[in-house]
Design a protein around this ligand. Structure first.
Ligand SMILES: Nc1ncnc2c1ncn2[C@@H]1O[C@H](COP(=O)(O)OP(=O)(O)OP(=O)(O)O)[C@@H](O)[C@H]1O
Length: 457
């Protein structure tokens, strides 16, 4: 069970234990740990929803494992307490901005911190009133980009209500994962989550699949069968590629959404079903409505709430953490000597445009883990050499953008994410490099350096 009035206090480095801390946390039970490993263990045994992060003076950059830890525990509302000097460092600022609900600087103002903690506890309690008391079963959603941080916030809000959600995004960008997260965060999480790909089922079968049929409803229906909507009773139904649902079925679906009842094929008895419907699409449904291939009334019914999963090329900072995550996930399939990604492989990953989004990245990493015969994955193992060669076929503008991005990624890697050094290597000012980083959506993260530390070219 999640403890509502407990605070996990993680101290990293040498922090002179501020006497006034006790005053700030008075009334809460404080779980104090001095390492991320201990914090990890405690979160399993006694999960909490509010965390205090005390950072010592000796860190010039966030420890590599910290960001991963914060990513894993994104449901905890963190308040950071750190020396003011660290806030001058872009890497610390980015980390606090991405993962913390609030921050305070040393020396500690106990009254102010006490107020912040009260506020954060209040918000967390609001969240738990909407959410189930036990830790929800959630898919692991990797991503450090602003877009993913925003998405996590939206998921929490959307999960607490019953309305349908329309999830849009390019193929392979993670729409189904988002749907699983909505289900996993909702009070329905113990009931079934059923995903139906409307594009994969032939139109002739999809009615019976969704709504079920009575015995003899059609040739071959030798016994009655409940459909997938009924199978999701109490839970969540994801209608993937909803844009491919035939028009006549759109009418039945609309009826179900309005009346919460279904009619099995061949039956005259309607059955009440309690199912939350999520729909996903990679096509622009508004355009489909304009073309007349999608019912307008159904579109508005489904689009009460909407979530948009951005394509991977618009959140490039997620590429390396995702690659690293898949590498660990499929570690069992790799040869024993394989250690990780070479720098050139990381550069190739950073420069690629990912038309197939996260699924393409997953496939390339798995392929590379099987194909690589050295200790480090090289670009050809990822099938990315062809991408480099095909640049000859690009227009000059695109080629310039790609070359600029690759040069920036390479200089950052070589400079260990030190922006000043990277700018010197590139022969531009620091300000220009910051502008270029923003233009290409590249975030400077300490873990990128660590992921690649000691990796050869
Ligand atoms: N943020 C993420 N963290 C970890 N894995 C992810 C993430 N996003 C996507 N994936 C993985 O990438 C693969 C593709 O994602 P998913 O199936 O959710 O995409 P989709 O948008 O629903 O694709 P399609 O449009 O083809 O149905 C899955 O294996 C999923 O688990």
């Amino acid at each position: 069970m999640t403890s509502h009035s407990a605070i996990l206090c993680v101290t990293l480095g040498k922090v002179p234990s501020p006497a006034s801390l006790a005053q700030a946390v008075a009334g809460y039970s404080l779980h104090q740990v001095a390492s991320l490993k201990e914090a990890e263990r405690l979160q399993v045994l006694q999960p909490v929803r509010v965390g205090l992060l005390l950072i010592g003076t000796e860190f010039s950059e966030p420890p590599a494992a910290l960001e991963e830890f914060l990513l894993r525990h994104w449901q905890v509302r963190w308040v950071a307490l750190l020396p003011p000097r660290l806030l001058c460092q872009p890497c610390w600022r980015a980390l606090v901005h991405a993962h913390c609900h609030d921050f305070h600087t040393m020396p500690l103002d106990a009254a102010r911190l006490g107020q912040t903690l009260g506020h954060v506890q209040g918000l967390a309690a609001l969240g738990t009133a909407l959410l189930p008391a036990t830790a929800p079963v959630l898919p692991h959603m990797v991503g450090i980009s602003n877009a993913m941080t925003r998405m996590r916030g939206q998921l929490q809000r959307v999960a607490g209500v019953l309305a349908p959600v329309l999830i849009s995004g390019e193929s392979g960008s993670g729409k189904e994962l988002v749907a699983q997260a909505v289900h996993g965060l909702s009070a329905r999480r113990k009931a079934p989550f059923i995903a139906v790909n409307c594009a994969a089922l032939p139109a002739s079968l999809i009615h019976a699949e969704l709504f079920g049929h009575e015995r003899g409803a059609y040739t071959g229906a030798s016994r009655e069968r409940r459909g997938l909507i009924e199978a999701a009773q109490g839970g969540t139904l994801l209608l993937d590629e909803i844009g491919d649902l035939p028009l006549e079925l759109q009418a039945s679906l609309l009826r179900f959404l309005q009346e919460k009842t279904i009619l099995r094929l061949g039956s005259t008895v309607s059955r009440t079903v309690d199912v939350r419907v999520l729909a996903a699409t990679h096509v622009d449904l508004a355009q489909a409505v304009a073309r007349g291939s999608f019912r307008e009334d159904l579109y508005y019914r489904l689009n009460v709430l909407s979530l948009e999963v951005p394509p991977l090329r618009q959140r490039r900072e997620d590429v390396l953490p995702l690659a690293q995550y898949f590498f660990q996930q499929y570690a069992g399939e790799r040869s024993r000597q394989l250690r990780g990604f070479s720098r050139t492989a990381a550069q190739a990953l950073a420069a690629h445009d990912w038309p197939g989004n996260v699924r393409e990245l997953l496939n390339r990493v798995r392929r590379a883990m099987v194909m690589a015969d050295g200790r480090w994955i090289m670009p050809p193992d990822l099938g990315l050499e062809a991408v480099a060669r095909s640049r000859a076929e690009l227009g000059l503008d695109d080629a310039r953008v790609l070359a600029e991005r690759a040069a920036i990624a390479a200089s950052l890697l070589e400079a260990g994410s030190n922006v000043a050094q990277a700018a010197r290597r590139l022969g531009v000012s620091r300000m220009t490099l910051y502008r270029l980083l923003a233009k290409h959506g590249i975030a400077v993260r300490s873990h990128q350096r660590d992921t690649l530390r000691s990796a050869p070219d």
